[in-house]
Ligand binder design. Structure first.
Ligand code: NCN
Ligand code: DMD
Length: 349
């Protein structure tokens, strides 16, 4: 189905299921709302899944992997070849996200959206890396749409396989440069404000990165009212794919956990394409990259964890999974005021 038509079909959360979930929380023998955000997130998932019988047993992390042509400008600490190496490590459980997934009981789906060489990942390659955005558009509009549609189709496939909840991750040397460019344009913030050290860039490198992003924005002149134009001109294949994953979550009623800076940038893109998509997103952690807080604010999201993580790969999102499992377990198993013959609190207004 055409992207626009698909987005028009995205539904609001199911308020009746959310109300029933609140009633259930309020019947549990504990002070009202004393599990705070743990309660709120279960209510949100009830609204997404259209039932107060929330189920999150089957979890997956989708990692969109791609290279960025802008790396040739010297905006990263490591070389482009690292993207393929780390991405293939996801398959042999040698990368951090893979180890966290094992612990959290989540399956992992690493996807080649555009790594600069052939890999043995799931092949959704759009091209061998984007073009250098400091010299022209990173990709064509058709490629940006292909990336978004790929993300949506991946979610459809995972929904059909029975997954209940997804986490987003990415791997791509240089993708904090594309993310900062996208965020600067969409939030109308200065490049300096939204640009950080990515995967450990030196001070001198950071200056070069800022100058490069400014040059790319000036040269390509993306239209901030047209998110696909922004993604195409200064984005990346991983960002486009993740944007699709967030849209897919909303299309197919699956909660999608946002990871760090790059994932938040994609969440912003999805929310600009279809604002309701936000309701299907769960913010996991506050990455150390400087624009994280403004992105969370723009999305009206409050993250659960502040651990100074900035690894990407979906590591922050997967770290939230055990907490969500704990919340769900209390919601399912805890005894009620009635069971304990305790007089219930009056629900708060
Ligand atoms: O998730 C984050 O907040 C985050 C912050 C900084 C870096 N990263 C990871 O580091 C890589 C991008 O950093 P860089 O410096 O190459 O643009 C990419 O593979 C990301 O997964 C991720
Ligand atoms: C080794 C390495 C692992 C990563 N994982 C995500 N981004 C990364 C960047 C580097 C450099």
């Amino acid at each position: 189905m055409e992207l626009q038509k698909l987005c028009e079909k995205i539904e609001r959360l199911d308020l009746k299921s959310m109300k029933r979930a609140v009633v259930h929380w309020d019947s549990i023998a504990k002070p009202l709302h004393s599990l705070g955000k743990l309660e709120d997130v279960i209510v949100q998932i009830a609204g997404i899944q259209g039932t107060e019988k929330v189920h999150i047993a089957r979890k997956a992390l989708v990692i969109l992997c791609a290279d960025n042509g802008v790396v040739e400008e010297g905006v990263t600490q490591t070389g482009q070849e690292v993207t393929a190496i780390v991405s293939e490590n996801f398959l042999t459980d040698k990368a951090t996200a893979a180890i966290l997934c094992q612990r959290a009981g989540a399956d992992l789906l690493p996807v080649d959206m555009g790594i600069a060489r052939d890999t043995n990942l799931r092949n959704c390659k759009i091209a061998y890396g984007t073009k250098n955005m400091a010299k022209g558009p990173a990709m064509t509009r058709a490629q940006a749409i292909q990336g978004i549609e790929t993300g949506i189709l991946l979610v459809k496939e995972l929904k059909n396989k029975g997954y209940d909840i997804l986490a987003t991750g990415e791997m791509g040397i240089g993708n904090t440069t594309s993310s900062s460019a996208v965020v600067s344009v969409l939030l109308d913030k200065s490049v300096e404000e939204v640009t950080g050290r990515g995967a450990g860039l030196s001070g001198e490198g950071l200056n070069r990165k800022i100058i490069t992003i400014k040059k790319a924005i000036e040269l390509n002149n993306p239209d901030r009212e047209d998110t696909i134009d922004v993604l195409a001109k200064v984005g990346g294949f991983d960002l486009a794919g993740m944007t699709g994953v967030f849209l897919g979550g909303a299309c197919y009623h699956i909660p999608v956990v946002i990871d760090g800076f790059i994932s938040l940038a994609a969440a912003l893109c999805a929310s600009r394409i279809s604002p309701i998509t936000r309701d299907y997103m769960i913010a996991s952690h506050v990455s150390k990259e400087p624009a994280t807080k403004m992105l969370l604010e723009a999305l009206h999201k409050d993250a659960f964890l502040t651990c100074d993580m900035c690894l990407g790969e979906g590591t922050g999102a997967v770290t939230l999974f055990p907490i969500l499992d704990m919340a769900c377990e209390v919601y399912d198993k805890m005894s009620t005021f009635k069971d304990n013959s305790i007089e219930a609190y009056q629900p708060l207004e």
